[in-house]
Design a protein around this ligand. Structure first.
Ligand SMILES: *Cc1c(COP(=O)(O)O)cnc(C)c1O
Length: 420
């Protein structure tokens, strides 16, 4: 459920007409509904209310500090994968004690920063990282809480580029070695081994891969305890899929039930790292139609948003519903279009053969389910503006990332001194 609905024939974000924002901010822009963000956080929190859990929003899904503040106010922690994201989370008001730090390539200076910041835990992804972290923590006179991210070798049955839990993926420590590594970690002076983590992929539309991963986690916790080692935390990652089209996806409450069923009796604190499930449906990308171009075989709708603003279609062949901002008449004419952006790459295509109400230049269209992995992946490729972001609450809206234009971008560059 979201708060983007047609009122008086026009698509609105909560109480604000998108056409009004378009006039005042210009297109393209991202728009988020605060009420939807809050609702999704609460739906997830409710789904896991029967167990002790910290919900750490995966910042890479949407890293805008205003979005993070909305979630922090609901009680969310943060799952970060860089020092940049860590700084954003802290700036947005997420308590350091609710921040977990994942990622296969944390540098020594990243680890120093995280230890000094006093975050909740580092999710260690290799033995090599563990050794460096142990050195860093000891140099700083700290004993850093960690969990070991295990690679459970489970097929998440999602797109190959967002599958992370197979043994040939770069993530985590192979589950067959993890017990040995945990034993080693437990004997390190700079390390406080708290438990295990897994994250098998994103946009999972089936609960069975989660079940397989959870079972493996449980076996490992029991094995570690059998060896006399303490295990008090289990981080189950994120990955719950959301509907981009009409297809059904598991409900958070079903996911929560599965966790209780498989791991409920384990006497650990849980962490969850949902990203897409919280932010996905809470955002739209709004764009204006520039041209309706008749090709020899196809009709192209050329819009002013491009792959640099929303990468998912060109990167993963991802589907986003596209809807007109002005509500079409009931008996409107349907057309079949390829919806494309202005960038000079054929990959800059949002949809092929999409049936849409007839469109004309200056019409506004909205991409649904663009709140996660939308603006956070945006770039300025082709020297386009960095797309602005807008937050709506009730009848109010605010620009929460301004448009970064070419003048501002060129300010960052200069000629070499020998170029005069
Ligand atoms: C990307 C990521 C997440 C979030 O995944 P979603 O599918 O957005 O829920 C959680 N944890 C880690 C370690 C990640 O890399």
């Amino acid at each position: 459920m979201d708060h983007f609905i047609y009122k008086d024939g026009e698509l609105c974000a909560e109480g604000v007409a998108l056409s009004k924002i378009a006039r005042e901010v210009g297109t393209p822009f991202y728009v988020y509904s605060q009420a939807t963000l809050e609702r999704h956080y609460q739906v997830f929190a409710d789904a896991v209310k029967d167990i002790e859990a910290t919900i750490c929003f995966a910042v890479k899904a949407n890293s805008n500090i205003s979005v993070l503040r909305v979630l922090a106010d609901q009680g969310a922690g943060a799952d970060v994968v860089s020092v940049g994201e860590l700084k954003r989370a802290i700036k947005a008001g997420v308590p350091a004690q609710k921040v977990v730090f994942s990622g296969v390539g944390k540098s020594r200076s990243d680890l120093v920063y995280a230890v000094k910041a006093g975050i909740r835990q580092i999710n260690v992804e290799s033995e090599e990282e563990l050794v460096v972290l142990n050195e860093v923590a000891q140099e700083l006179g700290a004993r850093m809480p960690i969990v070991l991210r295990v690679n459970p070798d489970v097929d998440a049955k999602t797109h190959e580029k967002i599958s992370t839990g197979k043994s040939d993926n770069k993530f985590g420590i192979d589950w067959k070695r993890a017990v040995e590594v945990y034993q080693r970690a437990s004997n390190m002076a700079g390390i406080d081994a708290k438990g295990l983590a897994c994250h098998i992929g994103s946009q999972l539309t089936d609960l069975e891969p989660f079940r397989a991963a959870f079972r493996r986690m449980k076996e490992m916790v029991l094995e570690l305890r059998g060896l006399g080692l303490d295990v008090s935390r289990v981080d189950l990652g994120g990955g719950l899929g959301i509907p981009y089209d009409e297809g059904a996806t598991p409900l958070p409450v079903e996911y929560g039930k599965l966790v209780v069923e498989e791991l409920g009796g384990l006497d650990v604190e849980f962490e969850f790292e949902p990203g897409r499930m919280i932010a996905g449906n809470a955002g739209l990308l709004v764009s204006e139609v520039l041209y309706v171009k008749q090709g020899p075989e196809k009709t192209f709708v050329v819009i002013d948003a491009a792959m640099n603003d929303l990468m998912r279609p060109s990167l993963y062949g991802a589907y986003h519903a596209i809807v007109p901002v002005l509500q079409p008449e009931v008996d409107n004419e349907q057309m079949t279009y390829d919806v494309v952006g202005p960038i000079c790459e054929t990959g800059d295509t949002f949809a092929k053969g999409r049936v849409l109400p007839k469109l004309a230049p200056h019409d506004l269209v909205a991409f649904r389910t663009a709140g996660a992995y939308g603006s956070s992946m945006s770039s300025t490729y082709n020297s386009r503006d960095l797309v602005p972001e807008v937050m709506v609450k009730g009848n109010d809206y605010a620009v929460i990332r301004k448009r970064v234009d070419i003048e501002a971008l060129m300010e960052l560059e200069n000629l070499a001194d020998w170029q005069g």
